[in-house]
Design a protein around this ligand. Sequence first.
Ligand code: LLP
Length: 434
Amino acid sequence: MTPAAPSPAPLPGAPFVSYRHGQLMVEDVALADLARAHGTPLFVYSSAAIGHALAAYQRGLAGRDALICYAVKANSSLAILKLLADAGCGFDIVSGGELERALAVGAAPEKIIFSGIGKTRQEMRRALEAGVGCFNVESLAELDVLSEVAQGCGRVAPVSIRVNPNVDARTHPYISTGLKGNKFGIAHEQALAAYRRAASLPGLRVAGIDCHIGSQITEPAPYLEAMDRVLDLVAAIEAAGIPIHHIDFGGGLGIDYGGTDDPSLPPPADALWSALLARLDARGFGNRKVVIEPGRSLVGNAGVCVTEVLYIKPGEQKNFCIVDAAMNDLPRPALYQAFHRIEPLAAPAPGAPAVIYDVVGPVCESGDWLGRDRALAVAPGEHLAVLSAGAYCMAMASNYNTRPRAAEVLVSGAEARLVRRREGVQDLFRDELA
Ligand code: LLP
């Protein structure tokens, strides 16, 4: 046993996630009260934290012709989408399903950007009928199909081509997308030819250019490099007589997950964007409309996942703290060996003896862990919070092991609203035939 070391401050999500009188709070609501009222596992989001993260982007882009299109994939819960739509955001979508979600919360269709490498004809048709603002096209074959589909429904599809700038985002290989070996985008060298083709197709209208180099990026350098490469292309494309109205720089800005072994902290969104806009100005493109597609950096640190400790299982090599949340609720550790801080809802008394645990879920896989080698002073029946759980957690949750998905609560000040009911077991096999 080791003494429970005080957690290194500050908590990711602070000041919206904080201890008050020994109780872990989201804004002015004690998580223990929410766990009692709604059960666990439970996702809880701070609307003020989302507003705060969005404000940094808005400050950074103030005075510019800019559109912030929230990447729906990061957290597609309707309450989160509604909050961002009401705050003026557009949306970056990658499926017909995400389109319906955005429309369901009243998103302005012209502020929706349709990304993704595998759009079906049906998805294209629906998006054209809805009047989305732009299709980010990722292959020559897709250009042809989109033109055909648009003609078929008597529309002209606004398009950007997603170019692959061949820039190393220096992030986890699974979430790095701007290198040559990735499946995304059209190679820099082929971009001009692709634009010529797009401009010649009757169902298309060239609107802009797009790039996205990866996710959880913690340095400005890859963005600046990608921007330079994209601007070189804009110059070449315009010299060929094809005007580029907007430049979409994608998403990708990382968040601080609070890992002590990872010293690289992402820059704040406003600082990043002042640097990027300075480069845009210096290159003579300062008056161009800018579109961005942030996901994680808007919602990641606004959410926590509350879980109950079921069992403590001491072992010869490892001690296990078995909790009721699992890889189906929170797949990032299993998928990317991702680090999330795990904190007790009730702060331990100073000097309380702690044990080093692997925090694991009930799913039948060794990969089902939420945190490794964590010093915790906890007992069954007590609760923990997995922090930085606002992005790519609930949105990637599955029903593996026939586990219903968690409930979600949105907090605003002292008010907490259930925004997704816990899934019922019957919901899981309602559409099946025995
Ligand atoms: N735009 C495009 C075209 C994207 O592919 C993505 C993310 C974004 C925007 C938003 O990126 P963000 O700002 O959230 O970094 N599941 C992984 C992350 C996958 C990101 C996929 N694309 C994770 O949990 O780390």
